[in-house]
Design a protein around this ligand. Structure first.
Ligand code: GMT
Length: 375
């Protein structure tokens, strides 16, 4: 198949999922055309069957806001026509599904049929919770996509509720490529951050408010009071300043290491012993799955799609959003003895296998095939 993949090429989970999906499809012989405004972060070289088409918006002084959606739609028309694409797979309803719909209509007027599949990642839905003015466009896109997928059952149910839609939504969970995480535990590197007997806790996110990174620091403080440990913070974003201030206030700066943004996260994960994800909401929680794939148990909030990934008492623990006390107690429970920790590590690795690209890729391929059959 010749597939056009439209995504946000940034550090967010949706960009990672879209890029890794494209790479895996290309490895199976499909031709994948990424269409976005900059090279996706994980697309780092010359790869067979992969093409990249940049959407560049010119800066006209007339426009206070540059019309990205219009430029994207024009680019989609162009790429579909000249690369002979079979289908478009867009990640995010806004503005990708609406641009795909526009491109589909333009092409139809020229006698070219192109189906598009929309994958919902969550923030499209949360956005509507905050700004209802998006609702008509998102609802329309969901109803006019040739197929819609959601990354968790929880997101599917939220979508049905928010948009009062009876549109069929297929749940295709996010995935990891297990081989990427099966690198040896680099003890030399680990010793640069912690003593052998000190557990390393880790958190990875874009430091948006929704991630509750301050809770991470509060949980860590409580754990560190009982078991001397270190905290690796990976990522950057609007909450970083508050997090730094909190570390100073709690006197934990010498035990918290802020690594900033990293393109790949398996290295810090492979030297960590516990992952913290106390988010306000998560449609899936890809970071938790990545941790599990690296053999790191997870203590997280019990919200959105996270319980579909992190199994309470097995791969880690879940607690109510904001219950820092409970999350710290669970972290200590996992870390306090080696045998117990080992059991959680084994369970996390086993659970992550279920979300292997090997299991998930065929779900997308069969969806593509069924959409094309209906054309
Ligand atoms: O969580 C974010 O801030 C980034 C956002 C994104 O665009 O990648 O993440 C969403 O999609 C991920 C991939 O499907 C999910 O793993 C995240 O849970 C979801 N974030 C939220 O629902 C807040």
């Amino acid at each position: 198949m010749k597939i056009g993949m439209v995504l946000y090429p940034t550090y967010g989970g949706s960009g990672v999922v879209g890029t890794e999906l494209g790479i895996a499809l290309a490895a199976k012989g499909h031709e994948v055309h990424f269409i976005t405004y900059s090279q996706p972060v994980r697309l780092d070289g010359l790869t067979e069957n992969i093409f990249y088409h940049e959407v560049s918006v010119s800066n006209y002084p007339l426009f206070e806001y540059q019309p990205y959606e219009t430029v994207l739609a024009s680019k989609l028309v162009d790429v579909v026509k000249f690369e002979n694409l079979d289908l478009l797979h867009v990640h995010y309803a806004i503005p990708h599904a609406s641009a795909a719909y526009m491109a589909q209509q333009i092409l139809k007027s020229e006698g070219i049929e192109i189906p598009f599949i929309t994958t919902l990642h969550g923030t499209d839905i949360t956005l509507v919770g905050k700004d209802a003015s998006f609702a008509p466009v998102i609802r329309f896109c969901i109803e006019h996509s040739n197929a819609v997928t959601a990354v968790s059952e929880s997101l599917k149910q939220d979508t049905i509720r928010h948009f009062n839609t009876s549109r069929e939504i297929e749940v295709i969970p996010n995935f990891i490529c297990p081989d990427e995480y099966q690198i040896p535990r680099d003890m030399e590197m680990r010793r640069k951050y912690a003593k052998d007997e000190e557990p390393i806790l880790c958190h990875i996110s874009n430091f948006r408010k929704v991630k509750r990174v301050e809770d991470v620091v509060r949980i860590f403080k409580k754990v560190n009071d009982q078991i001397p440990s270190k905290l690796l913070l990976v990522g950057d974003g609007p909450e970083r300043y508050n997090v730094e201030m909190l570390c100073r206030e709690l006197g934990t700066c010498d035990r918290v290491i802020m690594l900033g943004k990293l393109q790949v996260t398996h290295k810090p994960l492979r030297i960590s012993d516990l992952f913290l994800l106390p988010s306000q909401t998560e449609s899936f929680g890809l970071a938790a799955l990545e941790a599990m794939a690296a053999g790191v148990p997870v203590v997280s909030s019990d919200t959105g799609g996270i319980p579909e990934v992190n199994i309470h008492g097995e791969t880690g623990f879940l607690a109510d959003v904001g219950d820092v006390e409970a999350m710290a107690a669970y972290a200590v429970e996992i870390l306090k003895d080696k045998e117990n920790h080992k059991k959680f590590v084994g369970n996390a690795l086993k659970r992550a296998e279920y979300f292997s690209i090997r299991n998930i890729l065929p779900m997308y391929e069969s969806l593509y095939t069924s959409v094309l059959k209906k054309q």
